[in-house]
Design a binder for this molecule. Structure first.
Ligand SMILES: [Zn+2]
Length: 316
């Protein structure tokens, strides 16, 4: 658990977090001079507007950020902080390797990636969470026994933010969405066992159908499961060599097994690496190849209209 900012920002901890002071400054928006003063412990009582950006840059979990705030005599995270989280995430650059842990930083890193200009490719084994109704996004969290109202508010607001970004980006850029049709069917049939869950899943899939009407939203249904779940953002450049790629690798998330913590806590900081975000061209190339080979195994390729809608409606 983090102690104070000066302890967190030692060279050793920064190295472990895989972040240079330069990146820390760029992500947090705090000047080098200010960060140096923080590191030396010269600033004893930094405001939450300074603590939170550092916490985001270091990918701290919800719980860890609360510990850090408490360490500096501040109140725990509250709804009013969400705006700052979003603002810092939108400015954050994806560079090098940024680890992805199970927590709100998952959503925050997605906000960083998805708010960039450029085409988006999403490869998934079920409808992406951004198409869930933000008002219902905490349905599964609540089922998992999460009760912290602030955490749930964060989840909801970040989902709303991601949906807003999707709508705004779709006006200018294409989104290609690749989904395994077996998984889609399974997602629906599994939920049918439980009325409440089915209503939630049905709403999710109906939203997917609604998005098919958007000319920039293209869906491809594959006959094979993707081995890797990821998003690739292609930052525009006039020539291929000028393009930049940002990759968000999600890995495989299996929440079906395992019991909650004995103390009922929902945050399991640094327990499991879920994936990473990177701007490495080499890694982007591998993921693009994976995407291309999956595109060859498509039932419905690059569909944005009636065919896919009819197909999916038939599953409901
Ligand atoms: Zn599948």
């Amino acid at each position: 658990m983090p102690k104070s900012l000066s302890t967190l920002l030692t060279d050793e901890n920064l190295r472990e977090a895989g972040i240079s002071q330069n990146d820390l400054s760029l992500i947090s928006g705090l000047s080098h001079t200010y960060l140096t003063s923080l590191r030396s412990g010269k600033i004893q009582r930094p405001g939450r507007d300074k603590i939170i950006p550092v916490s985001i840059a270091l990918n701290l979990s919800f719980e860890e950020t609360n510990h850090l705030l408490a360490e500096h005599g501040m109140l725990p995270l509250q709804e009013a902080d969400i705006k700052l989280f979003v603002a810092v995430s939108k400015k954050r650059m994806i560079r090098g390797h940024q680890p992805l842990f199970d927590n709100i930083n998952f959503d925050l890193l997605l906000i960083s990636l998805e708010s960039l200009d450029g085409e988006l490719v999403v490869v998934s084994n079920k409808p992406t969470a951004v198409l869930r109704d933000p008002a219902q996004i905490t349905f599964m969290d609540k089922r998992d026994g999460i009760t912290d109202p602030t955490y749930l508010r964060f989840r909801e607001e970040l989902a709303r933010e991601r949906r807003g970004i999707l709508d705004e980006r779709l006006e200018k850029f294409k989104m290609s969405y690749l989904l395994c049709h077996h998984c889609l069917e399974e997602y629906l049939s599994e939920a049918k066992k439980d009325e409440e869950e089915y209503a939630y899943v049905q709403r999710h899939v109906e939203t997917l159908v609604e998005y098919l009407r958007h000319p920039n939203f293209r869906l491809s249904l594959t006959t094979q499961c993707p081995a890797l779940l990821f998003e690739i953002k292609t930052l525009p450049g006039s020539a291929e060599s000028e393009k930049h790629y940002k990759v968000f690798y999600i890995g495989h998330i299996n929440r079906k097994h395992g019991t909650p913590e004995a103390d009922g806590s929902h945050c399991r900081p640094y327990e499991r690496l879920y994936g990473f975000a990177t701007d490495s061209l080499k890694i982007a190339t591998h993921f693009k190849n994976e995407y291309d080979s999956l595109m060859e195994k498509c039932l419905l390729k690059g569909t944005s209209g009636d065919d896919a809608a009819r197909y999916i409606k038939g599953l409901l």
